[in-house]
Design a protein around this ligand. Structure first.
Ligand code: ZN
Ligand code: ZN
Length: 289
């Protein structure tokens, strides 16, 4: 494995040739598969239908990992880098990087690390997927939902770390934006996610930070602090937009009487309890409430 990493590094050097002009979107396709998997799980399907959740989840994560590889260098899409030619990308007539090689390449070339636990989860996903493809499925609904929960948590981390929402297509942005809502109906995902973020949540609460209902995933995990984001689904936005969204979903939160902040001149002041808080100033200055 080490040999592959070193080989690629030396072979490619630092200069990346410009990407070929193609109009396919791995991320859109990947997100489409993921959304479909979550919908199947949320419909409380039987294990005959649940096999599609696993198949779609597996295809989805594979496409998204390939998108990240492509963001670093389009040649990483090829299983064998020396076969990389722009015209082949256009026709799609090439052997694309296989799953484990993609994982290793992400680590060695793109600094996308996977913990041992995450690798175990991905191994389990691949094993189950192959079983479905080649033999018959013999998995319980609960084992599939539990595995899916763990896979989705890996996916959320990777999207948050690697995908710049400003640089993706409107459809991908829409799919990423809608995913948390779908996920909040997925009970075992919610339990698993809360377990993962518990430590951070407890720290924030012990520091006296205020947490509100998140406009995106509807979990009470949106913290009013400099990050101005939800630790459950990583949602964030412009302070003005967040202010109006928070007011819409929580009856106890109101726009302050003077909506416009005297310091920054932005309409982003909300009333939290007795206090008026400007989300823009908090976001900029890193103050806590
Ligand atoms: Zn959220
Ligand atoms: Zn302000």
């Amino acid at each position: 494995m080490l040999g592959i990493g070193i080989g690629i590094g030396i072979g490619l050097g630092r200069r990346v040739p410009p990407p070929p002009k193609v109009t396919f979107d791995l991320l859109e396709n990947g997100l489409d598969f993921i959304t479909s998997a979550v919908k199947i799980i949320n419909q409380k399907s039987d294990n005959k239908r649940m096999k599609y959740a696993l198949l779609h989840l597996s295809s989805g994560i594979e496409l998204i990992l390939k998108e990240i590889l492509m963001l670093h260098d389009w040649r990483f899409l090829f299983h064998d880098i020396k076969d990389a030619r722009p015209e082949l990308i256009q026709t799609g007539d090439f052997e694309s990087v296989r799953f484990w090689k993609a994982i290793n390449r992400l680590g060695s070339e793109c600094k996308v690390r996977f913990s041992e636990d995450e690798k175990k989860t991905l191994t389990e996903l691949k094993l189950k997927r192959n079983k479905i493809e080649h033999f018959r499925i013999n998995e319980t609904v609960s084992s599939i939902t539990s595995l899916s929960s763990r896979v989705l948590n890996i996916l959320i981390r990777i999207i948050n770390e690697q995908i710049d929402l400003k640089k993706i297509s409107p459809l991908s942005r829409k799919l990423i934006k809608e995913l948390p809502r779908e996920l909040s109906g997925f009970n075992s995902f919610v339990t698993e996610r809360n377990r993962i973020i518990k430590k951070e949540y407890d720290i924030q609460i012990s520091r006296g930070k205020i947490n509100l209902l998140c406009p995106s995933c509807l979990q009470q995990k949106f913290f009013i602090d400099s990050a101005l984001s939800c630790i459950f689904c990583n949602y964030t936005n412009e302070p003005e937009i967040i202010a109006s969204e928070l007011v819409k979903i929580s009856p106890e939160i109101k726009m302050a009487e003077k909506k416009k902040c005297e310091k920054c001149n932005t309409i982003a002041v909300i009333q939290v309890g007795e206090k008026d808080v400007c989300l823009k100033c908090i976001n900029k200055n890193g103050n806590s409430v």
